[in-house]
Design a protein around this ligand. Structure first.
Ligand SMILES: *Cc1c(COP(=O)(O)O)cnc(C)c1O
Length: 394
């Protein structure tokens, strides 16, 4: 089939040629004497992306889900109380993971389209006088609904009542894309993965641990663990090596990804992602539609869930675009299945690229009888991008 498939789902994302080339290397000896010269700076740079100065980073051959598992196993005992909210399919699965590992999860239900319910958390934490809650879980960017949460707000809720619980954050689809700061926001655990903002193939489960999380890991027994043990990683990582065979190609790719992010500047990456997301939101507005995110403050800069009008099936838009235009948009899941389709715009993205899913979604919706004007979304996004352009050679 001529032409290419356009991938605009919220992970995996498009892999830049530079990263593909960096991964295309011969297999190598994972015990080579000069390997630490490669691995040690890699850990340090990964810590910088998380703004995690005094803690550490663990990189597992896994995915985001493995990161959840590792962070829970190494810092919580079975039976521990955890406070979490269910705001979309990924926060739902995060809770499911904790429960299957034996945690007692206090689940706060919240409308899908809103962020982590900071005020309800504040109330529950303030009432937990005996500090039975050992950790608070928050999903930075709920990929299923295209919602970003107020992570600082959760920190403030903990501080307001001097609650000592650990603060665990899933930033699988937020890291390296949306403002994030473990140190400033007092985050103890960050879970991420390789195939979203880091622009790599799936295959790495990345966990950031604060100094406090590392101390708790030493003090407690935790859950039974082997593959995801922090102790085993620390012992090997401190010398620049791994407790089992590392996925070297992915690590070479991660090196290149961090180089690209550092060349652009992390804050410039965040600003670019915001600009790409705003272009998509202009298009949605021009179609006369809304995001699943109920308020602008909840709108994610990495993925937009487009709410479709009553009587339409959003998942049909994704199927139609794939079938007729070789464009991969994402379906909506679980509680909102069919009510929306999602456009992923994280990672390797620029002006003309972000117009592609807008263009394709518009064609698909028109084909399916949506009451939209052909070209309206593309024009609105073009206008915004033209008005906010900068000289990339300056
Ligand atoms: C993708 C994603 C995950 C799951 O990660 P896998 O790599 O698929 O295991 C978890 N949380 C969020 C918010 C995600 O977007």
């Amino acid at each position: 089939m001529p032409g290419r498939n356009f991938l605009f789902i919220p992970g995996p994302t498009t892999i830049p040629r530079r990263i593909q080339n960096a991964m295309s290397v011969e297999q190598e000896d994972m015990r080579a004497m000069d390997l630490p010269e490669f691995t040690k700076p890699l850990y340090e740079d990964m810590k910088k992306i998380m703004r995690n100065k005094d803690g550490r980073v663990f990189i597992f051959p896994s995915s985001g889900t493995g990161g959840w598992e590792s962070s829970i196993q190494n810092t919580l005992n079975p039976g521990d109380k955890v406070l979490a909210s269910r705001i979309g399919q990924f926060s739902h699965l995060y809770i499911d993971c904790a429960e299957r590992l034996g945690m007692e999860v206090i689940k706060v239900e919240e409308e899908w389209g809103k962020g982590v319910p900071v005020e309800k958390f504040a109330e529950i934490l303030a009432n937990d006088k005996n500090h039975e809650i050992k950790a608070v879980f928050a999903t930075h960017n709920e990929t299923a609904t295209g919602v970003v949460s107020d992570l600082k707000g959760v920190r403030d809720a903990l501080d307001a009542c001097n609650h000592p619980a650990m603060y665990h954050v899933d930033s699988v689809s937020g890291l390296a894309s949306i403002e994030f700061d473990m140190d400033a926001w007092g985050i103890d655990i960050t879970v991420s993965g390789s195939q979203k903002g880091l622009m790599l193939p799936t295959g790495l489960g990345i966990v950031g641990a604060s100094k406090k999380a590392l101390e708790i890991n030493k003090e407690i027994q935790g859950c039974p663990r082997c593959f995801f043990s922090w102790e085993d990683q620390i012992m090997a990582n401190d010398n620049g090596f791994f407790p089992y065979t590392p996925p070297m190609n992915l690590l070479r790719g991660l090196r290149e990804s961090l180089n690209m992010i550092n060349e652009e500047g992390l804050e410039n990456v965040w600003a670019r992602q915001n600009r790409m997301a705003t272009a998509v939101r202009k298009a949605i507005e021009a179609w006369g539609m809304t995001t699943v995110a109920t308020e602008p403050k909840f709108q994610s800069d990495t993925v937009s869930a487009v709410r479709v009008p009553e009587g339409f099936d959003g998942n049909e838009v994704a199927r139609h675009a794939y079938k007729y235009y070789n464009l991969a948009l994402s379906i909506s899941l679980a509680d909102i299945a069919g009510q929306a389709f999602r456009i992923g715009h994280m990672g390797d993205m620029n002006e003309l690229m972000v117009l592609i899913p807008i263009n394709g979604a518009e064609m698909a919706m028109k084909d399916l009888g949506y009451p939209i004007e052909l070209g309206s979304g593309v024009a609105a996004a073009q206008e915004y991008l033209r008005n906010t352009k900068t000289d990339r050679l300056a």
